[in-house]
Design a protein around this ligand. Structure first.
Ligand SMILES: Cc1cc2nc3c(=O)[nH]c(=O)nc-3n(C[C@H](O)[C@H](O)[C@H](O)COP(=O)(O)OP(=O)(O)OC[C@H]3O[C@@H](n4cnc5c(N)ncnc54)[C@H](O)[C@@H]3O)c2cc1C
Length: 492
């Protein structure tokens, strides 16, 4: 059968493809990099294929969904290659992994009465037919599916080289002073769970020159919210702007810059000692910190602050730009590295298919193009932030040209105002646009038929859930990543 080329016309390959085929040093980016140094490959004009990689399973994307797929495949004996162009939404994650929040929970309900994620999941399965959880749960029964979700999230947390802790549910403080439910959180934030606070006396710590975190505003916001609770979680709150050695007089400090500075032992120990001096004669029980407590040494920093001050210390969740998100992305990269997973940095721009089977993908890396032959492909390209969903003239999934769905229907020529609402705080339907899948995580065409037998999709790219507003985003990425990986391994 004639290979079908999936490239858009403007991106068709030209020049002599696969020049040097057979002369390459073997599979992989590192190997090819070595060959380039040795001059095995000649410099080619942009457009020719420089390197060919063969793999069993190609995971497209480098975020949480891709990670979960790689975790599922870790002992499968399959060759796995990850292709990602850049960090996506996972690198902006607040520090929490939301699994499922009830679609009928009121935002002002008592923290103590917030439902568990299992209850939230039950409501989603009952009310949201097109939600990825509902699709993936088809035929398995609610209880069994909930156990599957719990097992996959736990597995993802356990092998991640970043400490995550579980609570069901947690009531976590954000860096804006609001409180949100979640189920898993980076260990450095565990003690900022308001449900466990009993008449806490909290010192909120700001850093002069770091405008992202306003300690006084956060203190007021927390006290205001406590007033609406029947139970006294918070007794009183104070705030302190703490000068960090080396950073005095600096303005507009960037979160990552600050975190890197705090990673140094002399800096965080000095910060702890300065807090102790301030605490003299005061009766605080908790220390609430901006979410910039290091990238590499977060655990050591929190332990030192707890030891030196004698207080329960925790970071708040983070808004973008997020140091906790960066920690998560780095931990994912470390996992790929330690597991010897081939990692190619580049953008997939097109593909070859024969009938209903994808054969290979074309990947741009700077002015070079590579061809990755794969037996199965997992599309984990995220939504608008990652680049897996786009509206450029029309709605489309950019790599495979899959139709995008919203509320069970394929999007065609709808304009943005037709799929959005005027209120800033309203749920925005267009944020739910994505690829529709069947229970095997296979993407569907506009007639709800499977498009390619060896293509699977996972994560934020999926249709009919809104990762920005529904509080189930990390759970959906992890669970769908695991399902997609299982199914991909099954078609080899
Ligand atoms: C500010 C913010 C805060 C958040 N906070 C929370 C939270 O508190 N709790 C929670 O549960 N969730 C939260 N989320 C959402 C959650 O983190 C994401 O939904 C989830 O991490 C998405 O993972 P993903 O792997 O599906 O997509 P992404 O992380 O977006 O990854 C997509 C990947 O695909 C790659 N890619 C895309 N197109 C191509 C291509 N053509 N070729 C190669 N690579 C490509 C991208 O470069 C990227 O590596 C937050 C998201 C944001 C933006």
């Amino acid at each position: 059968m004639e290979p079908r080329r999936g490239l858009r016309p403007a991106q068709r390959l030209h020049g002599k493809e696969l020049e040097g085929e057979g002369a390459g040093p073997g599979r992989g980016l590192l190997a090819a990099g070595g060959a380039l140094l040795l001059g095995v490959f000649q410099r080619r004009e942009p457009g020719s294929v420089l390197m060919e990689i063969n793999t069993d399973i190609l995971i497209l994307g480098g975020g949480l969904a891709a990670y979960a797929a790689a975790v599922e495949l870790r002992d499968s004996g399959r060759e796995v290659t990850v292709v990602a162009k850049a960090p996506g939404a996972s690198a902006l994650n607040s520090g929490a992994w939301d699994i499922a929040d009830s679609p009928i929970r009121g935002p002002r309900d008592e923290w103590a009465e917030w439902p568990s994620w299992r209850e939230g999941l039950k409501e989603i399965l009952r009310r949201q037919e097109g939600h990825p959880y509902s699709v993936l749960a088809r035929g398995s029964g609610d209880g069994k599916f909930a156990d599957f979700v719990a097992a996959k999230v736990r597995a993802a947390a356990e092998v991640l080289p970043l400490e995550m802790t579980e609570g069901d549910p947690l009531a976590l403080v954000t860096d804006f002073g609001t409180v949100k439910p979640s189920a898993w959180v980076q260990a450095s934030m565990r003690d900022a769970d308001l449900r466990r606070w009993q008449r806490a006396k909290v010192l909120v710590l700001g850093i002069p020159g770091f405008p992202n975190f306003n300690a006084r505003f956060l203190r007021h916001s927390l006290l205001e919210q406590q007033e609406r609770q029947a139970k006294s979680h918070l007794d009183f709150a104070g705030s302190l702007d703490l000068e960090i050695p080396d950073l005095q007089g600096r303005v507009s400090l960037k979160p990552v810059e600050l975190a890197q500075r705090l990673d140094r032992e002399e800096t965080f120990v000095a910060a702890g000692q300065a807090i102790v001096r301030y605490l003299e004669g005061k009766v605080y029980t908790h220390l609430l910190l901006p979410p910039v407590m290091g990238i590499e040494n977060t655990r050591a920093i929190l332990e030192a602050l707890r030891r030196i001050t004698g207080l329960a210390a925790a970071e708040t969740l983070s808004g973008p730009m997020s140091v906790p998100g960066w920690r998560l992305q780095q931990a994912i990269e470390k996992f790929f590295h330690h597991r010897d997973i081939e990692r190619l940095e580049g953008e997939a721009v097109g593909f070859d298919a024969e009938g209903r089977r994808i054969k290979s993908l074309y990947v741009h890396q700077g002015d070079q193009r590579h061809k990755v032959r794969a037996k199965a492909v997992i599309l984990a390209t995220g939504k608008y932030v990652g680049g897996g969903v786009a509206r450029r003239g029309r709605w489309k999934e950019p790599v495979f040209n899959l139709p995008l769905f919203l509320q069970g229907k394929a999007l065609r020529a709808q304009t943005l105002p037709q799929v959005s609402r005027p209120g800033v705080a309203e749920r925005q339907p267009f944020l739910g646009a994505g690829a529709a899948i069947n229970p095997m995580a296979q993407p569907l065409d506009a007639d709800h038929e499977v498009v390619y037998d060896n293509l699977f999709a996972a994560g934020a790219v999926l249709a009919d859930f809104n990762p920005a507003q529904e509080r189930c985003a990390a759970g959906v990425s992890i669970v769908s990543g695991a399902v997609a990986a299982r199914q991909a391994a099954a078609v080899l």
